[in-house]
Design a binder for this molecule. Structure first.
Ligand SMILES: [Zn+2]
Length: 408
C-alpha cells in the first residue's frame, strides 16, 4: 500500500533547500514516488497517511566504514576469544542497533572468516532488521607484522599472482568490493601506519579483479606514499588518509578518489585511554598522530576532495549504533557544517559506495531510505546522536523503527 508522509520539513539532499510542509510518497514497491509541496491527498482505504507536522525528514544515513563483527572491546585482541558463531549472532544484533540509529546502509571494511557475508545474507533474507550491507570479506594484506592480531581477518598475499587469487577468493564468496591494506595500521602491535605495504603491481592486481565484476577497491592507507600507490593503482576510496600530503590530496582530486577519514577511532581511544583498557601500543601511535588527520582532512576539503563519512565502528568503545558521533566530530572540529556533514553521510557516501542511483537522496525512483527526526539536525547535528529523537526509520519503504507506535 502506498504511504504518504505529510507536513514535515524535508531535506532531500539534492540541493541546499529544505522543503517546508512537504509531502513524500512511497509507492507499493518501497520506492519514492514523489517529493515536493502541494500534493492533492487521494482518498481510499488502501493509502496510509502519516502526519509528521513539526518533524524533519532526511535521507537514510550511510556509514562507509564499519567492522560488524568487532564489538568495541577496549583491547581488540580479546575479540579473538569470542568464537565465530557467537560473533555472528552479536553482529546481527548490532546491525539492528545500527538501523535503529538511522543508518540504512553500511559498508563493512573487513571481517573475520566471512561473518560479514552471513550477516548480510541474514538481513537480505529478512531474518533480522539491519541496514543494507556492502561488504569486502577478508582484507588483503602482504606478509607483515601485526596481522596475527586479528585471527581470520586478513587474507595474506605476496606478489601479483597471489593478490589476484586473494581478490578472486573474496569475490567468489560474494564481496561487494575489495579492501586492501596499502599501509601499516595503528591497531596492531608492530604495525607502522606510515609504511607502504603492497607494491603498485600488487594493488593493481586487486583493482583489475574487482573491475572485471564492476566492483572496486577500498584502500586502508595512512602514510602518504601508500596513499599515492593506491591511487596510482586505481582504488576508489582511501580509508583514513592520516598522513596525506599535498601531492596525495592533489592525486585524490585528479582521480576522483573519495576520502573516508574515520575520526571516531582516535576520539574514543584518547577519551578512554589506558585507564579504559585501550592497549598502550595503540595509544602511543594515536598520540603521535593526534590532530594530523584533522589537518589533512582540512587540506583535502579545501582542495575539493569528496569526504565520505565512516566511523570504523567496532574499534575500541566505537559501538555499533553510535555511528553519528562521526558527524558531530566533523562539525565540532570545524571541518563541515551540519548540512555538509549530512551530505557526507548521504549523497556523497552513496557515490563512494556506488549506490547513488538507488539511495543517498530523496528523489523519485530511489529507494525510500529515510528517517524522521524530532528536531532539525541542520540546526543541531547532535540530534542525530540521540536515538530517542530518531522517531522513524524507513528502509526500502519498510517502516523499521516507529517510536510513535511502540505497539508494533
Ligand atoms: Zn577499519
Amino acid at each position: 500500500m502506498p504511504t504518504i508522509l505529510k507536513g514535515a520539513k524535508i531535506f532531500a539532499g539534492t540541493d541546499q533547500e529544505v522543503l517546508e510542509d512537504g509531502f513524500l510518497i512511497i509507492d507499493k514497491g518501497g520506492r519514492i514516488d514523489y517529493v515536493g509541496p502541494n500534493y492533492d491527498l487521494p482518498s481510499g482505504d488502501d493509502i496510509k497517511i502519516i502526519d509528521l507536522k513539526g518533524k524533519f525528514i532526511l535521507p537514510g544515513l550511510i556509514d562507509c566504514h564499519i567492522h560488524l563483527d568487532l564489538h568495541g572491546i577496549p583491547n581488540t585482541y580479546e575479540e579473538n576469544l569470542v568464537e565465530d558463531k557467537l560473533r555472528t549472532i552479536r553482529a546481527a544484533r548490532e546491525m539492528e542497533e545500527t538501523i535503529q540509529a538511522g543508518f540504512t546502509t553500511v559498508r563493512n571494511a573487513g571481517s573475520v572468516n566471512h561473518i560479514d557475508i552471513s550477516v548480510r545474507q541474514g538481513v537480505e533474507n529478512g531474518w533480522i532488521n539491519g541496514p543494507r550491507i556492502l561488504t569486502s570479506g577478508r582484507i588483503l594484506s602482504i606478509t607483515c607484522s601485526g596481522t596475527e592480531y586479528f585471527n581470520g581477518m586478513y587474507r595474506i598475499a605476496d606478489g601479483y599472482a597471489e593478490f589476484k587469487k586473494a581478490a578472486r577468493e573474496q569475490l567468489r564468496e560474494g564481496a561487494d568490493f575489495i579492501k586492501i591494506m596499502a599501509t601499516g595500521a595503528f591497531m596492531n602491535p608492530g604495525g607502522i601506519p606510515g609504511a607502504e605495504q603492497p607494491d603498485i603491481k600488487e594493488l593493481q592486481a586487486a583493482v583489475e579483479e574487482a573491475s572485471k565484476l564492476g566492483k572496486y577497491v577500498a584502500a586502508h592507507a595512512h602514510g602518504a606514499q601508500g596513499i599515492k600507490n593506491a591511487i596510482l593503482a586505481g582504488v576508489r576510496t582511501i580509508e583514513h588518509g592520516t598522513f596525506a600530503d599535498e601531492e596525495a590530496i592533489a592525486m585524490m582530486l585528479e582521480k576522483d578518489v573519495f576520502l573516508v577519514p574515520t575520526f571516531a577511532v582516535d576520539y574514543y581511544w584518547l577519551k578512554y585511554g589506558i585507564k579504559g583498557g585501550v592497549p598502550k601500543h595503540m595509544l602511543e601511535k594515536a598520540e603521535e598522530a593526534k590532530g594530523i588527520s584533522i589537518n589533512s582532512t582540512r587540506m583535502a576539503l579545501k582542495a575539493g576532495v569528496k569526504i565520505a563519512m565512516g566511523t570504523d565502528a567496532g574499534t575500541p568503545y566505537n559501538y555499533h549504533g553510535g555511528n553519528a558521533i562521526e558527524l558531530l566530530i566533523m562539525v565540532k572540529e570545524g571541518l563541515l557544517t551540519p548540512q555538509e556533514a549530512i551530505l557526507s553521510a548521504t549523497s556523497t557516501a552513496a557515490k563512494a559506495c556506488g549506490l547513488e542511483t538507488e539511495t543517498g537522496t530523496l528523489e523519485k525512483g530511489k529507494w525510500a531510505d529515510l528517517l524522521v527526526v524530532e528536531e532539525n539536525p541542520l540546526e543541531d547535528i547532535s540530534v542525530l546522536t540521540c536515538k530517542d529523537k530518531i522517531l522513524k526509520v524507513f528502509k526500502e519503504g519498510r517502516l523499521i523503527k516507529d517510536l510513535d507506535s511502540p505497539s508494533k
